[in-house]
Design a protein around this ligand. Structure first.
Ligand SMILES: [Ca+2]
Ligand SMILES: [Ca+2]
Length: 687
């Protein structure tokens, strides 16, 4: 199985052989550390958290280790991963929001900034060999698009990397990266399945690792079970029957199992079924068939994660490393209610041709017993399993028990620093680093108390504060301006599922938690709050044009059709200010508009735009500069033939009105004579 993958794993291994000489030598008592992250898996999907999906390998780690009943992530991929990797709040690390939108502020930078360090960087300096396998999602999409590697895993502390820099992947047709090298997209005949490929790579790293030389740190981040729904047919088949019971019965079953295992106290209330999800009994046979398929595929994806962890544990055991390896496993956000695919009538079978999600209907099961999902600061959004295995460090009498104190993703960095005897730096590469926000969980490993204190959230203008047994929520499900007085206050000891809002009963407590949140928001840069719509924010960030080409051609669209023969590249040797876009027009097109560089951006109604740019060229020539409506390019706000002289220079097109809506700035070369044109310092200002 996955022979293609095994070869890839092997090709990057020579790197591992050239270990540096830093760090302690033989028989180091320091443990290996492996942080395992899953993606978009709900709180109750694992068997050891109440689920009916078969996860024997993970359950085994829990049975011979510890489980946290109240551990918190940061509600969404990029912010959660930033917190996990840096031990800071996401805004401090530059990832207040997602990798798709560099909003040009320190808190919303779309990638890790230089005021933070990763666990990989800290443990490298402490003498660990560092590996990363899987999904990164801590580099800006614009930089990824431009192949700028500044914040890829290898640049941020991981000597070995196999995975995807981006936030999601097709499971069968994946564009993997080994180290810093993009590999070809996998094809059907490669017999590739990403979860298995990552598992083979992680196990191969462990087997090749020289533990006598130095301990290992591995960050193993599955992109599963994030959409799309893709799985092995034989695994899907094993799960179909058990989901015929439907979400209503299964929610009750999961909850009963959670109470029986002691995850929640007797008397805890199960949240009611999401009001927008229909009763299972009300579905037609056809609808049931479709939804059984969706959940069976999802379960098969989780099943594959478990098999992958089984391979990892086996590799650790066979190489004698398991007993002194700390494994910490968690998920990056709550169950995902996002709706993908629109294939009603087609069979949803988890095959490569499909691209589906399991929908809110099943996310509601995955969140059992909580309300809500990924994105929100209700427990359904931010509560995650945390399972810790460490035979040499956890007392046998504590095996299988729950740690009932709450913790936060930032604590993982602090725990790694503690376990490794490392120092969290005040400065790194000449930059001052934010002080660590996490606290070590190692005392919890020994049955002792950890003082986590107040903890704060702001994902997408969803606000939360946890302080002891109290939790304040301000939820913003709409795109509307947030109402920061709409407090929900919960006693998490009596009401862990957040069903009884006490804000009216204790208004002063709610207000004081909010005041603390405001101080925090000022401190970390969460203020001013940004609008939460994904498309809106991703598009709005395009108003910051990549006009200096610092991100190469990132997010420029290189358009050509017909007989236009145009090459677009970045020139650093012969450039205007060190790096410029070079457009080589090799053959003249038959009509204007066949080839262009396009920059897409949104404009409000009645906006005035200013535009200027620098150029060089190898002959007297011209270019058409246009601002077009994206949906109807014939509607132009600007249409100018700009003469370019062999001397080069700067063109200022002044200020002009543009129509509102989605726009594209275009440099058209379709009828431009054969020539080379260098463009740089493109300034686009919108009022
Ligand atoms: Ca996620
Ligand atoms: Ca430049």
């Amino acid at each position: 199985m996955n022979r293609f993958h095994f070869v890839i794993g092997a090709t990057m291994l020579p790197l591992a052989a050239c270990s540096s000489t830093a760090g302690p030598k033989e028989n180091s008592p320091r443990p290996n550390i492996i942080v395992i992250l899953t993606d978009d898996m709900g709180y109750s999907d694992l068997g050891c958290y109440g689920g009916e999906i078969e996860t024997p390998n993970i359950d085994n780690l829990a049975a011979n280790g510890l489980r946290w009943s109240q551990f918190y992530n940061n509600a969404r991929s990029c912010p959660s991963r930033a917190v996990l990797m840096t031990g800071l709040y996401p805004h401090q690390a530059g990832m207040g929001w997602m990798a798709c939108a560099d909003e040009q502020t320190p808190a919303y930078h779309a990638g890790l900034n230089d005021r933070c360090v990763t666990i990989g960087e800290v443990l490298t300096d402490a003498g660990y060999e560092t590996y990363m396998v899987g999904k990164w999602h801590l580099c800006s999409e614009r930089q990824c698009d431009g192949a700028v590697l500044e914040t890829w895993p290898v640049q941020r502390g991981f000597r070995h990397f196999y995975g995807i820099p981006e936030g999601a992947s097709h499971y069968f047709h994946a564009r993997m990266v080994s180290g810093e090298t993009r590999l070809p997209v996998t094809k059907d005949e490669d017999n590739f399945y990403i979860t298995d490929a990552l598992a083979d790579s992680a196990a191969a790293y462990v087997r090749r690792h020289d533990y006598a030389d130095k301990p290992l740190f591995m960050y193993y981040a599955f992109n599963a079970p994030h959409w799309p729904l893709h799985a092995h047919p034989e695994d899907i088949q094993r799960y179909r029957e058990r989901y015929e019971a439907g979400w209503d019965v299964l929610r009750e079953q999961r909850f009963a199992k959670q109470i029986a295992m002691g995850l929640f106290p007797e008397g805890t209330e199960l949240s009611p079924r999401d009001a927008t999800v229909p009763a299972w009994d009300s579905l037609t046979d056809e609808q049931r068939h479709e939804f059984v398929n969706r959940m069976a595929i999802y379960a098969a994806q989780v099943d594959a994660i478990d098999k992958g962890i089984g391979k990892l544990v086996q590799a650790l055991k066979e190489t004698g490393q398991f007993d002194n390896t700390v494994i910490m496993m968690m998920d990056d956000n709550g169950a995902c209610a996002e709706s993908l695919g629109n294939r009603h009538g087609d069979e949803i079978d988890g095959s490569a041709a499909t691209y589906e999600s399991y929908r809110k209907n099943w996310a509601n099961l995955s969140s059992t017993p909580y309300r809500e999902y990924k994105h929100y600061t209700t427990e359904g959004g931010i509560a995650t399993p945390l399972i810790v295995s460490w035979p040499n460090g956890i007392r046998r009498k504590d095996y299988g028990t729950f740690v009932r104190e709450y913790g936060y993703f930032a604590d993982i960095m602090a725990t790694c620093v503690d376990l490794a005897g490392a120092t969290y730096p005040e400065t790194y590469k000449g930059q001052s680093i934010h002080p660590l926000e996490g606290v070590s969980l190692v005392p919890n490993f020994k049955g002792k108390h950890v003082e986590r204190g107040m903890t704060f959230w702001e994902p997408e203008i969803n606000i939360a504060v946890r302080d002891g047994k109290w939790k304040l929520n301000i939820l913003n499900h709409e795109m509307a301006e947030p109402d920061l007085t709409r407090f929900e206050l919960y006693d998490m000891e009596k009401d862990p599922t957040e069903l009884h809002n006490l804000a009216d009963l204790y208004p002063e407590r709610a207000q004081s938690l909010f005041n603390a949140w405001e101080n925090w928001a000022e401190r970390v840069g969460a203020y001013p709050l940004s609008n939460k719509g994904y498309g809106f924010r991703a598009q709005t960030a395009r108003r910051y044009i990549n006009g200096d080409f610092n991100d190469n051609l990132g997010h420029w669209i290189k358009y050509s059709e017909g007989n236009a023969d145009v090459v677009y590249s970045i020139d650093t040797a012969n450039a205007i200010d060190g790096k410029s876009a070079l457009v080589e027009i090799r053959k003249q097109g038959s009509r204007p508009g066949e080839a262009a560089m396009q920059w897409k951006f949104p404009a409000r109604e009645s906006t005035a735009m200013k535009l200027s740019f620098s150029y060089k060229t190898d002959r007297d020539t011209y270019v058409w500069v246009r601002v077009e409506n994206q949906n109807n390019p014939a509607r132009k706000s600007l249409d100018r033939k700009v003469m370019l002289s062999k001397d080069g220079g700067r063109i200022d097109l002044g200020e002009f009105p543009i129509l509102g809506g989605p726009k594209q700035l275009c440099f058209y070369f379709g009828d431009t004579p054969e020539s080379k044109i260098w463009l740089d310092e493109i300034r686009m200002e919108l009022n």
